[in-house]
Write a protein of this length. Structure first.
Lengths: 327, 327
């Protein structure tokens, strides 16, 4: 069976998404959708879906609509999350509520969500429709649950590591897992293999998010693509901060809490001071170990999928490339 | 074949919607959904769907999930529209963004939209799934198009009656039409009958919306359930206002435009003056005639549906009761 690399698949799905006929009336509704989908990004979710499908079947173009659906859904969440978070920029460009206005962001997002369901149905073989739509709608709801927890955590001081991991499972992992499972189901995978790929996606998603948390503190700004310390400056309750609060001694915790409450400070000083506390607590290793744990558990699950080992190479290479990018 | 009246169907679908297990974690996301769906309303769309189904089949409970889906979708649009319109009250209760906050309104609305797709799939017979989901997603997108036009019309001075009719077709009619068509498809109707019921819904929806515009000016406040003149006070571009601007002579139009631009006025005086202009233009009859035209065209289409005339009685009685309520 012919296998395609993530790069080959990315090129095709990118072209497919670009070719989607978004541009129609009313322009005030569809221009922002075209804009958001045109901002690019790694197309991680559709590529994962196609790689999973390609473990079982060759004709990846048969599920381009489903792959575009998952990307459209993901971009819908970015659009509405940016509005709720009042974020001004996304991928170096103004967000929709900044470039247009808040009502445009609400309604264009709604239309994108509907389009994602439309694309997911389009050309979906009848024998898989119920299963695919069940996975998709359950996953989509869970992503909303995750966003809700994330917002609620902002005003809470007692978030535990377990709660945080559950939040990122919902907000980040389930969509990667759902993409993989839908790809597998459409590829005709057994229920067991489809579930293994889902579970693989959960572990990999947790590893990715922890890596993001880690890189905000210890990343190379040139490689990371964002400024270092952004999470620290806005007191974001990441794995790093929650673990530091849990593991530090009373004196260190008090000092960390001072920085969280501080209103007048030099940004670079806050980043330096908080990073010093993280170092003292040993967070660099704690977080690396945790990332490796999830990553290896994911790879173990992938090994169990009942297809020839060599077929899995593109998928494992892709995930590895995303993990090694910065660590 | 056993036929049920709209009242019997309303009671059942109301109970079904009340029994839906919305209440789960995170409460901050699902409590507002329960709240919105608990506000009641006429459940017009699900009742229409069940009545259409009941033209062809008896076991209406087989499509309660689809009926709940269309109501959930409709309530999602109310939730997000109220946010976009900054409306404080809905059915005599505070709107979600007032009772909670804007982010809650955005995210709970998103979750409702996803739930509506989930309910629409649930228990949908495989042979109808693609058709039902196609109608639903196309309709849902068209409702967004309608809302977009409605918002764009607010800042335009040159909206024509044709443009207005197209906007209310999208914003109001297609969802009634879609509900009827989905009911018909699930009932096993022929393509022709399903389309006739759709077209019937379009005409009836236009009649309903024009009636709403009419009643805002000429309604009995006790029966109408809203204050009279609300549209006049906020310069809403209804059929009444657009037609008055089109049909009045230069002097009357100038006087109407003065009132539209006026900033300091006694509300009752503005309502009285604008109503006097409407009377002068003969709008009471123009609008009534237009309503009757759409209503009778709808009824003509219903007559063409290929089922025994007596089966249609519940559906035509229901629509008639909604029309006669106030005219």
């Amino acid at each position: 069976m012919e296998q395609q690399t993530s790069k080959e698949l990315l090129k095709q799905i990118h072209a497919y998404i670009e070719s989607l006929p978004y541009s129609h009336e009313p322009k005030g509704l569809y221009d922002p959708i075209e804009y958001v989908l045109g901002l690019g990004g790694k197309r991680l979710r559709p590529v994962l879906m196609l790689l999973a499908y390609n473990l079982f079947k060759e004709d990846v173009q048969a599920i381009f609509s489903q792959a575009a659906a998952i990307e459209t859904y993901h971009n819908f969440t970015l659009l509405h999350d940016d509005l709720m978070d009042k974020a001004d920029m996304r991928r170096g460009k103004p967000t929709v509520h900044k470039k247009w206005d808040e009502n445009t962001a609400i309604l264009s997002g709604d239309a994108m969500l509907i389009l994602s369901f439309q694309f997911m149905m389009q050309g979906c073989p009848v024998e898989y429709t119920h299963q695919v739509m069940d996975i998709f709608s359950r996953t989509a709801l869970e992503v909303c649950d995750g966003q809700q927890w994330d917002m609620e955590f902002e005003s809470r001081e007692d978030v535990t590591v377990d709660e945080y991991m559950e939040m990122i499972r919902l907000k980040t992992s389930v969509l990667l897992a759902g993409a993989l499972k839908i790809g597998a189901v459409l590829g005709g995978a057994s229920e067991k293999d489809a579930q293994l790929l889902y579970d693989f996606g959960i572990q990999i998603g947790l590893a990715f998010q922890l890596q993001d948390d880690y890189l905000d503190v210890y990343g190379d700004p040139l490689v990371f693509g964002k400024n270092i310390g952004g999470d620290i400056l806005c007191n974001k309750k990441t794995f790093m901060l929650i673990t530091a609060l849990e593991k530090s001694d009373d004196k260190t915790r008090a000092s960390l809490q001072e920085w969280l409450k501080a209103e007048d400070y030099v940004p670079a000083q806050k980043i330096e001071a908080v990073t010093a506390i993280y170092n003292k607590v040993g967070l660099q290793n704690i977080c690396r170990d945790k990332i490796n744990e999830y990553y290896h558990e994911g790879m173990r699950l992938l090994k169990e999928v009942n297809v020839e080992e060599e077929y899995k190479k593109n998928l494992s290479d892709f995930v590895m490339s995303l993990m090694e990018r910065n660590l």
